[in-house]
Design a protein around this ligand. Structure first.
Ligand code: V47
Length: 361
């Protein structure tokens, strides 16, 4: 008699889409090795042994935030000791220092929702980056920030995106998705975009030709069913638009957050099965990112055997996760990433933000 895993294996190998029940069964199974091997098989069929990374710089303009999500250690109020807000000159100076590295290809611009900055400020930063550093790709603003811009400017999401695109926006990062379920959002982050609003921002962006990343923040108060439903909502939108570039599972880092006394860090096993299950459920996503900053480099390397095929990037000066005390370093060199990928038995490929190959090692 065949087991649920036998049936899932059969479906995956024969191109039959997995259902919600399959996703839940995968999360309920203890057979991590078998799930991982299946995800690895799918990864190999999709992109062979190539594992991607890019050379990028994070720019977090401010941590002063109107949202103050319970899972976040980065955002704070204006009078907090750790509050900071970059002027345009600060941001330019940071960018000027960063472009001294000739290998730099991407600015990853994600910030908090400042209570006073107008939409025009963000447009101004984008235009300036575009004009002064035209060769560096601008991946900027999560769906939650875009929704915030619409709110503070009185414009529609579409109008905001049109203006951002005109000012130099080239793609969008995947943050702000958290768990796409209003039960969770009402408990953890009631002051920002709802699940439908976040999806609508990405839908509109895709329709305009702006590709976006996506993510899932897991390992806090969500249920397994909510993780699966989250993946299904993304899979559905991807069917509709094809505009998602990759999927990034973020394991919740509780330190310095409002949840630190009640929730412990996810286990390595949960991290690996979540990567593997996302590879199996998200059959219309080419790239699954093992974000080493949160997973730690050794676990990210292991994830390359569980369905992941992207390690994100060199990530210089990451602040959001480091506010939650993650133990990984603030950045890695390309050499570090190449070595880590090789140690995992894979082929390191430096990519640009659009997944064009820069160099295959
Ligand atoms: O939306 C915040 C997550 C996101 C915590 O697209 C946390 O390539 C875990 O957008 N524990 C922001 N996760 C970061 C982001 C991002 C980062 C790296 C790559 C990309 C990409 C996008 O970080 C937030 C939230 O989901 N987050 N706090 C925490 N304590």
């Amino acid at each position: 008699m065949s087991t649920v895993l036998d049936q899932i294996e059969y479906k995956v190998r024969n191109g039959i889409r997995l259902t919600r029940e399959d996703g839940i069964a995968l999360f309920q199974s203890n057979d991590l090795a078998r799930i991982g091997a299946l995800a690895d098989e799918v990864r190999k069929k999709m992109t062979g042994d190539d594992v991607y990374f890019n050379v990028n710089r994070h720019v977090n303009l401010t941590n002063i935030c109107t949202s103050l999500c319970k899972f976040c250690a980065f955002g704070c109020e204006k009078d907090s000791k750790k509050a900071y807000a970059m002027t345009k000159e600060d941001a330019i100076a940071l960018a000027e220092r960063s472009v001294k590295d000739p290998a730099l290809r991407e600015f990853h611009i994600v910030s908090a929702m400042h209570p006073e900055w107008p939409f025009e400020y963000y447009l101004d930063i984008l235009r300036t980056f575009r004009d002064q550093f035209p060769q560096i790709h601008r991946k900027a603003f999560t769906g939650v920030e875009i929704q915030h811009f619409a709110k503070i400017s009185g414009k529609s999401i579409k109008e905001v995106l049109i203006e951002l695109k005109e000012a130099g926006l080239q793609s969008m990062p995947g943050g702000g998705a958290e768990i796409l379920c209003d039960r969770i959002r009402n408990l953890l982050c009631p002051n920002k975009a709802t699940a439908d609003e976040w999806l609508e921002v990405h839908r509109q962006a895709h329709k305009m030709g702006i590709k976006t990343n996506t993510s899932m923040l897991y390992g806090h108060i969500e249920t397994i069913e909510e993780r699966v439903d989250h993946m299904l909502r993304l899979r559905e939108l991807q069917d509709e638009t094809g505009g998602f570039r990759n999927f990034i599972p973020f394991p919740f880092q509780p330190n310095n957050t409002a949840l630190e006394d009640t929730i412990t860090r996810t286990t390595v096993w949960d991290d690996l099965r979540t990567i593997a299950i996302s590879r199996l459920m998200l059959d219309n996503f080419k790239y699954i990112k093992a974000y080493w900053v949160m997973l730690t480099l050794p676990v990210a390397q292991l994830a390359l055997g569980f369905g992941a095929n992207d390690l994100d990037g060199t990530v210089s000066e990451e602040r959001i996760m480091h506010a939650a005390d993650v133990k990984s370093s603030k950045s890695l060199s390309s050499d570090n990433l190449v070595e880590a990928i090789r140690q995992a038995g894979r082929i390191p490929v430096e990519r640009d933000s659009e997944y064009n190959v820069v160099q295959r090692y």
